[in-house]
Ligand binder design. Structure first.
Ligand SMILES: [Zn+2]
Length: 472
């Protein structure tokens, strides 16, 4: 087997060869529109296939979650068995709104070091960075162990049931030992978790009467407002988050808030209640007989959907004539911020952009939550979005090239788990940490680990990570 140092040098030396392809690949993906609704990914699947079709080492599979939602699994196998690292992204985008306000071509245009276009930041540039890393690894296939799989899904903008969730449920290689999502974000802020959510509709029924004769009526709007008032009190719900989460959010604030908006840290650590729509009544001088409101409740780490739901239903039950329908719910999810895959990504972000990234939660939901729910440690590291969801959406091309490098280097280290062929402190340029009580990809010494943890644990660990050794 090649020595780790040689591996790393080979990867790094070769990295520049296709780097200039990344903006062109992103542009090819932006040119292929895939707006929600309808979120038809068929043409995008063809466009992606054209970008990797010349690399025979990449196995290309289509998995249709619905006739118009084609999801992709691209798999590269190393020369030896080992762990599987997943890169995930979504192919669908927001719809093109404010078409007249775009000053550049929404179908893709480069100007002044920026790449403009609908979906450029969310997240076709991220997809291009993944494809670059995959192509790069494929060329060095024989030298590493394990598998690298890219899952490109549809249906993300509408919560992923027919996209990433469908792949997790049905595609044999869509799950792995860790996942990196390239969804919109920043290589300066690695996102290790996401808030949970409840979507609900409140319906109030009353009895109408003339406003001069309120004693004969029963106002649906008054009842609705009373329950809404109860829901708004949830904003003060006490949150007991694990210390690691609270500390990470506090540490991240100085970098994360300027990128994501002042107040982000508070929002990440509290229950938020948004009454999105409200309607009711027929006339100003008529007591209302019906009223309806919809709400979006976001739930931080340390609180469960069940706790909030019980309070919501309690408030509703206390007000006769009001009903509640819960349309959607999912729990908050997180991966420990010091997890191996996040450490590894952080080291390569530092190497490429010259400053260590912070680790934070993410306010919005992405398919990352589906992977965490499936038990796969997951981190989001994407491109900084500018004007996302509006006119002249763009990414910085310098950052796009950097994210391509970060992904390729991270993949390279993760899969270069040629056990026993590394020497500590050299090769990967990462320090040996004797305090660690578990093996990981940059501290990988089975003999040392065995001495500390006993052979039984060692073999279990090999089994859990699907690694083979001559002992099992
Ligand atoms: Zn996205």
């Amino acid at each position: 087997m090649p020595k780790a140092a040689n591996l790393r040098e080979a990867f790094a030396a070769d990295l520049g060869r296709e780097r200039d392809m990344i903006p062109a690949m992103a542009k090819a993906l932006i040119a292929c529109r895939c707006e929600t609704p309808l979120g038809d990914t068929r043409a995008m699947a063809d466009a992606v296939e054209r970008l990797v079709g010349d690399v025979p080492e990449i196995d290309f599979e289509r998995h249709a979650g619905a006739p118009h939602i084609v999801n992709l699994v691209m798999r590269v196998r190393g020369g030896r068995p080992g762990r599987r690292l997943i890169f995930n992204g979504h192919m669908d985008t927001f719809p093109l709104v404010d078409a007249t306000r775009w000053t550049l071509d929404p179908a893709g245009e480069e100007r002044d070091g920026r790449l403009y276009g609908l979906g450029s930041s969310d997240m076709k540039s991220g997809l291009a960075a993944i494809l670059f890393a995959l192509r790069h690894l494929a060329r060095h296939r024989e030298t590493w162990a394990g598998e690298v799989v890219a899952t490109f899904a549809g249906d993300e903008e509408t919560m992923g049931e027919m996209g990433s969730q469908f792949l997790l449920d049905t595609a044999p290689h869509a799950r792995g030992h860790a996942m990196i999502s390239a969804d919109a974000g920043s290589p300066r802020v690695l996102r290790f978790g996401e808030k949970g959510m409840i979507w609900l509709t409140l319906q109030a029924r009353g009895r109408s009467s003339h406003a001069a004769h309120v004693h004969r009526g029963d106002s649906a709007i008054d009842k609705l407002l009373a329950v809404i008032g109860e829901l708004q009190k949830l904003r003060h719900f006490t949150v007991n988050a694990p210390a690691a989460v609270t500390a990470a959010i506090a540490e991240a604030a100085a970098i994360s808030e300027p990128l994501s908006g002042a107040g982000e840290s508070d929002v990440l650590q509290s229950v938020t209640v948004t009454i999105g729509t409200i309607k009711g009544g027929r006339l100003r001088n008529l007591v209302s007989d019906a009223a309806e409101a919809t709400a979006d409740i976001r739930i931080p780490i340390g609180v469960t959907v069940g706790e909030i739901e019980a309070l919501v239903l309690g408030a509703v039950a206390a007000h006769e004539g009001v009903e509640c329908v819960i349309e959607r719910r999912f729990e908050p999810t997180w991966t420990p911020p010091d997890h191996e895959v996040i450490e590894l990504l952080a080291r390569n972000c530092t190497k490429v952009i010259g400053a260590p990234p912070v680790r934070n939660m993410r306010v919005g939901a992405s398919d990352a939550r589906l992977y965490r729910r499936a038990g796969v440690p997951t981190v989001v590291c994407g491109l900084t979005p500018y004007n996302m969801g509006g006119a002249d959406e763009y990414v910085d091309i310098g950052e796009l090239l950097a994210v391509g490098d970060i992904f390729a280097l991270t993949l390279a280290v993760y899969v270069a788990l040629c056990v026993e062929h590394f020497s500590y402190g050299s090769g990967l340029g990462l320090p040996y940490s004797p305090g660690l009580n578990h093996p990981n990809s940059y501290n990988w010494g089975w003999r040392e680990y065995g001495n500390r943890a006993e052979a039984g644990d060692c073999l279990n660990c090999l089994k859990n990570t699907n690694c083979r050794s001559r002992f099992c």
